[in-house]
Design a protein around this ligand. Structure first.
Ligand code: RIB
Length: 306
């Protein structure tokens, strides 16, 4: 079983190439609403691929809350540790996607900012049954650190996706995670080093290895994925696909990696699966709505192998 301790949001996606200036009103092309949030997306991707997932998360006491919980349940995700927070809105994320399929995201954390160490204590007996804890940074750092300590104390591997990047992240806690999975923008913010070329990305990842991090997995969009550990360096090229919306592709990658890793325990083959799954996700619109289930993923992969 996988435990995702993290965020959920309502994605408000506008497809547009133009952004208004102050005081200006512009018309955009299209709008879609869906369930999102980095934690929720990772949980749903893993569940769609057949993994058993339990979610520890907070929703608000608004009109979005029941829909978010029902959405988790529709994928078989255990929601007994998804709680409503009185007096708070659910998290929402206005997302802007341009015609190059690139996304820009704002997040309003709402109830996500109330996820606390106590929520981990309350879920402790179920969390102890998990084979992997998956974390992101859309909930308080204090809670992320508590979850890392919980994983370490109970010999459960921990994957940290440092997204959105926070310079306040204590690197000592990152060192206690088994997997550290930034994209190249997050790597740049966290290391202060340039990441324009592959060589620069390798150097930035090396700087984290030198600080004591274990497995650094950098998702690089159309450049693929880099995995570096003390004894390992593997670069996995990206698939060429017709991308329409890259929102949530990193979460698709992590959800798929988690689902495979808990099953087989092999990092390299899990990375190859995740790389293919993320490529599939960018060929459809939205975040969770773009994630194929296991059968559809098998179909889509066949095209890659041709
Ligand atoms: O990673 C994509 C996600 O980031 C979106 O679903 C949005 O909700 C934000 O959390």
């Amino acid at each position: 079983m996988i435990a995702v301790i993290g965020s959920n949001m309502v994605d408000l996606i506008t497809y547009t190439d133009i952004m208004p200036k102050a005081g200006e009103t512009l018309e955009a092309g299209r709008f879609a609403m869906g369930c999102g949030g980095k934690g929720a997306n990772q949980a749903v991707a893993a569940a769609k691929l057949g993994a058993k997932v339990t979610m520890v998360s907070k929703v608000g006491d608004d009109a979005f809350a029941d829909n978010t919980i029902a959405n988790f349940q529709s994928f078989g995700i255990d929601t007994q540790h998804v709680r409503k927070e009185p007096g708070f809105s659910s998290g929402v994320a206005p997302i802007f996607v341009d015609s190059n399929s690139q996304n820009r995201i704002l997040i309003i954390k709402g109830a996500n900012s109330c996820l606390s160490p106590k929520d981990i204590d309350d879920a402790a007996e179920d969390l102890k049954k998990c084979g992997l804890i998956v974390l992101q940074l859309e909930v308080p750092l204090e809670t992320v650190y508590y979850a890392i300590d919980f994983g370490n104390q109970n010999n459960i591997p921990v994957l940290l996706n440092p997204a959105p990047a926070s310079k306040e992240l204590d690197i000592d806690y990152a060192c206690r995670c088994d997997f550290f999975v930034p994209n190249e923008t997050e790597l740049e913010i966290l290391t202060g080093l340039p990441v324009k070329t592959e060589e620069e990305i390798v150097l930035a990842a090396e700087s984290l290895l030198n600080k004591g991090l274990k497995n650094i997995i950098v998702t690089m969009g159309s450049r693929g994925v880099l995995w570096m550990s003390e004894n390992q360096k593997e670069l996995i090229g990206a698939y060429t696909v017709d991308a329409v919306d890259t929102s949530g592709a990193g979460d698709a990658f992590i959800g798929c990696f988690a689902a495979h890793y808990v099953q087989c325990g092999d990092v390299s083959s899990s990375l190859h699966e995740a790389n293919a799954y993320a490529a599939c996700s960018v060929t459809a619109c939205g975040t969770q709505s773009s994630y194929p289930d296991a059968a559809r993923f098998t179909e889509m992969r066949k095209q890659f192998d041709q």
